[in-house]
Design a protein around this ligand. Structure first.
Ligand code: PAF
Length: 282
C-alpha cells in the first residue's frame, strides 16, 4: 500500500498544490482534526473519486474550542490516521503545528453571522469563528478544487457554504451523508470518550431524531410536536439536552410548520461527552 506523503508547513503544502495545479491536476480535500473513523475514511474514498490528488489535513484547531472544552484531551492518533488514509489512496496529509497555523501576531478571524447563530453557535460561543477561520486558512494553503465535509456537522457545513459564497472562494463544497454505527449512533471522534454504559445510552440521540422523522413521515408538520417526539425518546437516556430544534434545511432559520425541506438537529451530553446528530425532514 503506498504511504501518505506528510507535509507539515504551509509553505511546503502550498508549493505541492501549486505544482499539482500546474500539472492540471484536480485537488480534492478533506479537512479533519484527526482521530479518523469510518466516516472520515468514507470522505477520503469519495474524494479519491473526485480528484486526481487527495489531500487530508489533520489539525486540532484550538480556536474552535471553548475554555471549558476538550482541546487538551481531544483524541490524537497520527500513525493510525495515516494508515487509514493510505488504505483509500490519500496522496498527502497536511499536519501543521499550532504555530504554523496561528503565528504570533495573527489577528484576523472570519465571522459568519446568521447561519452561525443558535444551535451549536449559541452553546459554543466562538466555535464557528474558529471553524470558519481555520477552514479559510486551509483553503488558502491547500487551494483545493473541491472540499468534502460530513453532514453530521450540519451547521458547520452551512457556515462553510455561506463563507465560500460570501468570500467568492473558488472551491466546490460537497456535503456527504452521516455514517452510523450498526445501532444508528452517528460516527464521531468523540464517541471514543464514552464508557461502555454511556455508549449504550448514546444511541438515544439517534432514536430521538429518528422518532421525529417517523412522526413527520406519518404526516405531522408542526415543529413543536416533532421536537416533542425527539425529546421523549431522548430524556432519561442522556444526561443533559443542549438543544433539539427544527430549522430550514437551507437557511437554518427556525421553522414552526414544515412546508419546505427542514432538518431536526440535536445536541446532548452523555456523561461528560457532548454529541450531536441531525436528520433531514422532507
Ligand atoms: O469537522 C472538523 O473536524 C473540524 O471542525 C474542521 C472542519 C476540520 C475544522 O477544524
Amino acid at each position: 500500500m503506498p504511504s501518505v506523503h506528510v507535509i507539515t508547513t504551509p509553505a511546503a503544502m502550498s508549493a505541492w498544490s501549486e505544482a499539482a495545479r500546474a500539472r492540471g491536476e484536480r485537488i480534492a480535500f478533506v479537512p479533519t482534526m484527526g482521530a479518523l473513523h469510518a466516516g472520515h475514511v468514507s470522505l477520503l474514498a469519495a474524494a479519491r473519486k473526485q480528484g486526481d490528488r487527495v489531500v487530508l489535513s489533520i489539525f486540532v484547531n484550538p480556536t474552535q474550542f471553548g475554555p471549558q472544552e476538550d482541546l487538551a484531551r481531544y483524541p490524537r492518533d497520527l500513525d493510525g490516521d495515516l494508515a487509514k488514509a493510505a488504505s483509500v489512496g490519500t496522496d498527502v496529509a497536511f499536519v501543521p503545528g499550532v504555530a504554523d497555523m496561528y503565528p504570533p501576531g495573527a489577528q484576523t478571524f472570519i465571522d459568519v453571522r446568521e447561519v452561525a447563530q443558535g444551535l451549536c453557535g449559541e452553546r459554543r460561543p466562538g466555535h464557528f469563528t474558529g471553524v470558519a477561520t481555520v477552514v479559510a486558512k486551509l483553503f488558502g494553503i491547500v487551494r483545493p478544487h473541491v472540499a468534502l465535509f460530513g453532514e453530521k456537522d450540519f451547521q458547520q457545513l452551512a457556515v462553510i457554504r455561506r463563507m465560500v459564497a460570501d468570500l467568492n472562494m473558488p472551491v466546490e463544497i460537497e456535503g456527504r451523508p452521516t455514517l452510523r454505527e450498526s445501532d444508528g449512533l452517528a460516527m464521531s471522534s468523540r464517541n471514543a470518550y464514552l464508557s461502555p454504559a454511556e455508549r449504550g445510552r448514546a444511541v438515544a440521540i439517534f432514536r430521538g431524531v429518528s422518532a421525529a422523522c417517523e412522526r413527520f413521515a406519518a404526516g405531522e408538520r408542526g415543529a413543536i410536536a416533532l421536537v416533542e417526539s425527539a425529546l421523549s425518546a431522548m430524556k432519561d437516556r442522556v444526561d443533559r439536552i443542549d438543544y433539539v430544534e427544527i430549522r430550514d434545511a437551507e437557511s437554518l432559520r427556525p421553522v414552526e410548520r414544515l412546508e419546505k425541506p427542514a432538518v431536526i438537529l440535536a445536541a446532548a451530553f452523555v456523561g461528560a461527552t457532548r454529541l450531536i446528530d441531525n436528520m433531514r425532514l422532507g
